[in-house]
Design a protein around this ligand. Structure first.
Ligand code: TEU
Ligand code: CA
Length: 543
């Protein structure tokens, strides 16, 4: 496989609103991020995925863009953005912009003009349909944020489509003018020196609404190839598509190099395993065997072509240590175990802000403490359909997006050192114990452990390119695998439980074993009888 700079990259995702507030208005901003570049450089990451900072009325915290070529004043100025790009570059860190082009804000100039009349030259930038015969919406298509996907526009007597909130009208990707506008905008950002794009819900742009098709529509891949040619193709940028419902075969369409679409996919098959019946508001326990099966399938199917992202969480998901580990007694142990398993797989690892210090889910007592539009909409939808208040609060606590959005915990000080003002969302009270300052001052913290994993990947091509071989596939508590490259073999073993276990890995046939990294002192002298304490994880070089 032809080697690319982003093959051994480690991406750090920043949700700007919650990262660091430089001016005390309670909202994280670009200058806050600039003040933390040294911290990120020390961690060893070399790409920042920056969640949206464009001008926006913030109905969905910036995923509703009203001007793609302006920075929202609450995040700073265009000059701050250019300074961030330059300062990061000087530290070897590239900034990947979040590109939200399935929809805009309803306050975007294009939509405003589209609303003026049915004859507006901008009308076809969006998806409009007449009412059905009974005067209701043209179809029963639902919004991903709850309720109908159709909103009536009184002045022009038609419905417009919004797969997310009604303040996020979908762009019409059947209109070539939309392609041109988006491509021009992308090239404008590329000229500013960015490192690439994360393409928000890109799987939706090939939709064929009248046939009821939203994700993975027939026009999706042709549109991406066209975008690639018109913009980032041959520019050596990192492009990652948020690709819900991608199968490995679909992932190859997106990311096989000869297809000239994207660098990699970001897919959620392992994540949705803990959504009961595919519904995130019905959380289900982790079935490790099923989880391993999905991760293994992706490793094996993309072994020769295509490229995957590796992640446990992002700004839409609960905190990894709370979801897949144990955020109480074994917080440090299980956070480092999860990191070990993820960072030794093949693909590009993503660290979501705060994951590197083991930040946990938050449990707010009152609904008003939650700010996320998705959680608030679904609270309404679900309780109206009979789900109890307590059940819905428990589901929001378990899977709601605000778990990822409480402020970054920099110190034990007031507001976790995030802001000198009143944060837009409350800080997690556990910042007194869990914070960056504490982790930096300790030699065996979660942060230091992440740093060692990032270094390991940077230094060892076995982790980047090695063949993946699953071990102990039927074990329901242990995740173990090999990576093999040019005569070198690495063994990764992790205990996903709070029990003491003995495992037999004699099948590896090791003569000599050397510990590369480990979250505990593990005696590896006899692989036929390896003892693993709760959440133990180790990376061994095998000869
Ligand atoms: O997310 C896509 C998306 O479908 C999520 O809303 C997801 O379904 C949900 O959180 C899980 O139940 C992207 C962005 O990552 C998200 O922040 C935006 O809200 C959304 O697109 C709309 O732009
Ligand atoms: Ca601020």
């Amino acid at each position: 496989m032809e080697q690319k700079w982003w093959h051994d990259a480690v991406v750090y995702q920043i949700y700007p609103r919650s990262f660091c507030d430089s001016n005390g208005d309670g909202i994280g901003d670009l200058n806050g991020i600039r003040s933390k570049l040294d911290y990120l450089e020390q961690l060893g990451i070399n790409v920042i995925w920056l969640s949206p900072v464009y001008q926006s009325p913030m109905d969905d915290n910036g995923y509703d863009i009203s001007d793609y070529q302006e920075i929202s004043p609450e995040f700073g100025t265009m000059q701050d953005m250019l300074d961030l790009i330059e300062e990061a570059k000087a530290k070897g860190i590239r900034i990947v912009m979040d590109l939200v082009v399935n929809h805009t804000s309803d306050e975007h100039d294009w939509f405003q003009r589209a609303c003026e009349s049915k004859d507006s030259p901008y009308r076809d930038y969006y998806v409009w349909r007449d009412a059905s015969e009974d005067g209701g919406p043209p179809s029963d298509m639902g919004s991903i944020f709850g309720g109908s996907a159709w909103q009536w526009h009184e002045a022009t007597q038609q419905y417009y489509l919004h797969l997310f909130s009604k303040k996020q009208p979908d762009l019409n990707w059947e209109n070539p003018n939309v392609h041109q506008e988006v491509h021009n905008m992308m090239n404008w950002w590329i000229d500013k020196g960015i490192g690439g794009f994360r393409l928000d819900v890109i799987d939706l742009i090939g939709k064929e609404i009248d046939r009821g098709i939203t994700g993975n529509g027939p026009r999706l891949h042709p549109l991406l190839r066209q975008m690639n040619k018109a913009t980032f193709g041959n520019k050596d940028l990192l492009t990652v598509g948020e690709t819900w419902d991608a199968t490995p075969d679909i992932a190859k369409l997106y990311s096989a190099p000869e297809r000239e679409e994207l660098s990699m996919v970001f897919q959620f098959e392992h994540i949705t395993l803990t959504w009961g019946d595919g519904d995130k508001w019905k959380p289900a326990p982790l079935d490790l065997k099923a989880f391993k099966k999905v991760l293994t399938k992706w490793q094996l199917e993309l072994k020769d072509t295509g490229w995957n992202s590796l992640f446990w969480n992002n700004h839409d998901l609960p905190r990894a240590v709370s979801k897949y580990g144990n955020d109480g007694k074994y917080r440090v142990k299980s956070a480092t175990m999860l990191a070990t398993v993820l960072h030794c797989l093949k693909g590009t690892p993503y660290i979501y802000q705060g994951e590197e210090i083991g930040m946990t889910n938050v449990k707010f007592e009152r609904l008003e403490q939650y700010k996320d539009i998705e959680s608030l909409n679904f609270y309404k939808v679900k309780t109206e359909s009979g789900v109890s208040h307590d059940e819905m609060m428990a589901a929001i606590h378990e899977n709601g997006r605000d778990n990822a959005r409480t402020p970054m915990q920099w110190s034990r000080e007031k507001n976790a050192g995030f802001s000198s003002g009143k944060p837009w969302i409350e800080v997690n009270p556990n910042h007194v114990e869990i914070n960056v300052e504490q982790d930096l001052n300790s030699s065996d913290s979660i942060y230091q452990y992440y740093k060692s994993l990032v270094t390991l990947r940077r230094e060892d091509p076995t982790i980047v390119y090695g063949e993946f071989v699953p071990l102990l596939q039927d074990h329901d508590k242990v995740f173990a695998y090999l990576r093999k490259y040019k005569g070198k073999t690495i063994l990764i073993v992790a205990n996903f439980s709070d029990e003491d276990l003995q495992v037999d890995l004699s099948e590896v046939g090791a003569v000599k074993v050397e510990v590369l990294t480990s979250n505990d002192v593990i005696n590896c002298s006899d692989l036929s009888n390896l003892h693993l304490a709760p959440y133990d994880a180790t990376v061994l070089a095998i000869q």
